[in-house]
Ligand binder design. Structure first.
Ligand code: NAD
Length: 438
């Protein structure tokens, strides 16, 4: 369902009224389309205090050349050297004079390091960057996003993430804190610029006949992957249509089938590179009114089948080294939602699964495991929500609008990117910095 309020506020009378009445004034977000540059304007590279991070060559190699002319479209602040409260003053000094001049749909990325458990001054200062970033995200407005990267290692490991966060591909990702590991041989910065980074890779997307899953399949195919469109047998026609359009194949299968893993292995005897657990359902009702037959299917589709198929495919060695698993959580699994104890439990379970499995899957198989946690995304699921609740869901975030399926898809494509090997065990919300949850 179209966001008529967003269209109205883009007109002169809409602008006048919303200003007079103090109503939310969303800025139409710019999304990426092929042929567009990764960064839409100038990049300002700042540092807060002394730094050991060699960022300039990474920005240059990823096609994000600094440009100090005019108003910046993006600002990268290297705060990795901040070790105490005095260091935080340098963060203020660096951003205070420029934040006003960032263009609409701008990008601010702050780089920090993981808080040090053995140095409480460093830990305090680095944790402070989180509160700073999230607060700035709530202030900037005009479609500008603000995110914090915590680098455990050298700058090249962050190349694909910087390119994603500075580009229109991350239009609906704001207020996030993303950890970047030390990296491995697969995180060469040159990877970040490839037009079809997933060429030669096979991706399986569950629940890909409709909605967000369809967009994920589309985006991974755009990036060069051969896609397998898995959906329930009842959606076989739609799945076949999507697969045909993307030059992939359809796999009609109920993911809750006990032998789903075996059926996937039979359909993909040579293995796969990217596994996206997107299929999901809701059966809302408050716990007092929720019979077991509304509880079980939600836990089964959203969580148990994700655990079962992941185990089956990893145990069979079906995910090739450099592989990627991306699961779908939800802000309902982080903040909770009335009427969704079943759904919230299943989606929080995904967060637990990702955090626990990620280091082991990486060590044993060279596979990363991450999750997207969508907020309010404009789909049939959210179009069915009653008007007032839908309006609240749309506006209660820093960007004052709902996201689009492509926003979740672009985030998935960034996780899947060959240059994202150092991104592991992360849960990244695609929620426009929703006011719900942490
Ligand atoms: P959707 O209902 O449009 O699509 C879900 C797809 O999963 C459908 O094609 C459906 O047929 C398929 N599916 C359901 N059960 C299946 C099963 N047993 N086996 C195989 N396929 C099955 O939903 P959507 O809005 O696109 O949501 C996609 C994912 O994103 C879900 O995991 C959902 O929980 C999550 N999510 C969505 C939103 C949102 O705002 N739309 C917000 C947070 C999380």
């Amino acid at each position: 369902m179209a966001d008529r309020y967003l269209s109205f506020t883009g007109t002169p009378p809409g602008r006048f009224l919303t200003r007079r009445l103090g109503l939310p004034r969303p800025t139409a977000l710019k999304r990426w389309s092929p042929g567009q540059p990764a960064l839409d304007g100038g990049l300002l590279h700042l540092t807060a205090g002394p730094t050991a991070l060699d960022l300039a060559p990474v920005l240059a190699a990823t096609g994000l050349a600094p440009d100090d002319d005019g108003r910046p479209a993006a600002v990268v602040l290297d705060a990795t050297g901040v070790r105490d409260v005095d260091g935080l003053a340098a963060v203020h000094a660096a951003l205070h004079p420029v934040v006003r001049s960032v263009t609409a749909n701008g990008r601010v990325v702050v780089l920090g390091t993981p808080p040090d458990p053995d140095d409480h001054h460093q830990a305090a200062a680095q944790q402070a960057l989180e509160g700073f970033t999230r607060s700035l995200g709530k202030e900037t407005g005009r479609g500008t996003t603000v995110n914090l990267l915590r680098l455990a290692g050298a700058a090249p490991a962050a190349a694909s993430t910087l390119r994603f966060l500075l580009s229109p591909k991350s239009a609906y990702v704001s207020g996030q804190v993303i950890g970047i590991g030390a990296g491995d041989r697969e995180t060469a910065p040159a990877d970040a610029t490839a037009d079809r980074p997933l060429a030669g890779r096979t991706a399986l997307v569950t629940g890909a006949a409709h909605g967000i899953g369809e967009s994920v399949a589309e985006t991974l195919a755009r990036d060069g992957a051969r896609v397998v469109v898995l959906d329930v047998p009842q959606a076989a026609q739609d799945a076949a249509r999507v697969a045909e359009r993307l030059g992939g194949t359809a796999l009609p299968l109920d993911i809750t089938a006990a032998d789903a893993g075996r059926q996937i292995l039979r359909a993909l005897p040579d293995g796969l590179d990217i596994l996206v657990h997107n299929a999901g359902i809701t059966r809302d009702r408050r716990l007092v009114n929720m019979p077991a037959d509304r509880w079980k299917p939600v836990l089964d589709v959203n969580l148990a089948s994700v655990l079962r198929t992941t185990d089956a495919l990893l145990d069979a060695g079906a995910l090739r080294p450099g592989g990627r698993i991306v699961a779908t959580a939800s802000i309902a699994g982080i903040a909770g939602n009335a009427g969704q104890t079943n759904y919230g439990a299943s989606k929080a379970g995904i967060v637990g699964l990702v955090r626990s499995l990620a280091p082991r899957a990486h060590a044993a198989h060279g596979v990363t495991v991450n999750a997207v946690a969508p907020g309010f995304i404009e789909t049939k699921m959210t179009a069915a929500v009653p008007l007032l609740i839908r309006e609240a869901g749309r506006r209660m975030n820093s960007l004052a609008q709902g996201g689009l399926p492509v926003d979740v898809a672009e985030t998935t494509a960034w996780f899947a990117h060959p240059g994202s090997g150092a991104v592991n065990g992360q849960v990244v919300r695609v929620c426009g910095q929703s006011l719900l949850g942490a």
